[in-house]
Design a protein around this ligand. Sequence first.
Ligand SMILES: *Cc1c(COP(=O)(O)O)cnc(C)c1O
Length: 377
Amino acid sequence: MSIDTSSDYARERDAEDPLGRFRDRFVIPDPTLIYLDGNSLGRLPKATAARLKEVVEQEWGQDLIRGWNQGWFDLPERVGTKLARIVGARADEVIMADATSVNLYKLAMAAVRARPNRTKIVSDTLNFPSDIYILQGVAAQTGTELQLVQANDERRGPVEGLAAVIDDDTALVSLTHTAFKSGYTYDMAAVTEMAHAAGALILWDCSHSVGAMPIALNNCHVDLAVGCSYKYLNGGPGAPAFLYVRRVLQEPLGNPIPGWMGQKNPFEFNLHYEPTAGLRRFLSGTPPVLGLAAVEPGLDLLLEAGLDAVRLKSVGLSDYLIRLWAAELAPLGYRLRSPRQAARRGSHVSLGHQEGWRINEALIQELNVLPDFRRPD
Ligand SMILES: *Cc1c(COP(=O)(O)O)cnc(C)c1O
């Protein structure tokens, strides 16, 4: 596989990039900084900075408590409806709330309780540590067992291992769609089908794939999903996460953190909890209005650009980087830690080197590049 490694070649590709015009829609104070960490914290859209100023100074500063009747109360659904289009769900199947970890807890508890005669939760060792902690907690609190299927190669999900342990004792299968280290991406439809064949529910964490590629929750018959909005969705640090519950499961499942925002008539202040209809029952406390307002402009940008176009560019950039690695870096002892096959890869590329930590520091300190480092290399 030969490749033109010149910077002229890269500049020519940039010049013909149909998404290039979006660069100007982001705050980029240092154009020489090479930012390779959008998978961890997406850049700030200019529209978000303007929107936040408006929400703070006008809506909060002037409207005060009237803001709740002028759009704040419905923000979790309004933003969720936009996000639904990004994950291939119906408008009433996605709502914004809390952090991803908290949403995972709520949906995992609800799922295990909905399968009361089953004693197992299945996940894998590629999963994000917070997800595993949460699932360990859910197992302890429900008297079930968490079975973690070992991935022998980080670049490949243990699909056969999962098939071997998912059985009619499995209440829930909970996996991360795109693995945070290698970028390995599961075949969502196939693994969902595997869980359903055993009568188990499935819960996908889409934190590392949402916004980076088209996701088809409905078409894959996914039961439950969560994901974060500060990575490829550019929602800002600590932005509220989303949760998805397939329409037919919304009534049967209960929120293990039943709070007043999920109550039928929160402002009647009844002392008895009665869940409201639809997804709002999965809210617990007051919606984080400032955080939610910061998520919306990023979603608008993404919908304007189109998920297919974003994915096409992402695959093009990743393949280009991998070809550069093969030509320039492999001979120097760098290893490719991501799948080669684009269909099985998310939107980031991991390289390994035994001096990885020092190389990472040198890039940051001396070359104005912001990559990220994960152990071991
Ligand atoms: C980033 C990420 C999270 C973040 O969880 P928070 O609770 O929002 O901090 C969770 N799961 C996965 C797979 C992630 O990549």
